[in-house]
Design a protein. Sequence first.
Length: 124
Amino acid sequence: MDIKLELIGVPVTDIDRAKAFYEQVGFHADHDIPVSDDIRFVQMTPPGSACSIAFGKGITEMAPGSLDNMQVVVTDIEKAHADLTARGIEVTEIDDQPWGSFVYFADPDGNRWAVQQTTPRTAG
């Protein structure tokens, strides 16, 4: 039996600010649907990903900014660092570990993300 992770709820305070931020990161806006006065559903997907994030009104009970260490994977951490920086995203310097190379960023609410190249730059 396959079990596929498809959607992660991200707790935010300002839906439009979050949508603009994730578009700036490079995520694609799949849906922005006001379901009712109590529910607005925004779904965004990183390029090349089978898993999306969702945020909005009535989506999650988590406190805004409480999501920690969401991780995405890239093939070239230096290119990812340069791309995010060029998009105006505040990222850390590249962190080389034995299990991969990383850069980190947070959305406007403080939800933290890790971008990983699974093969460390120092390998080989």
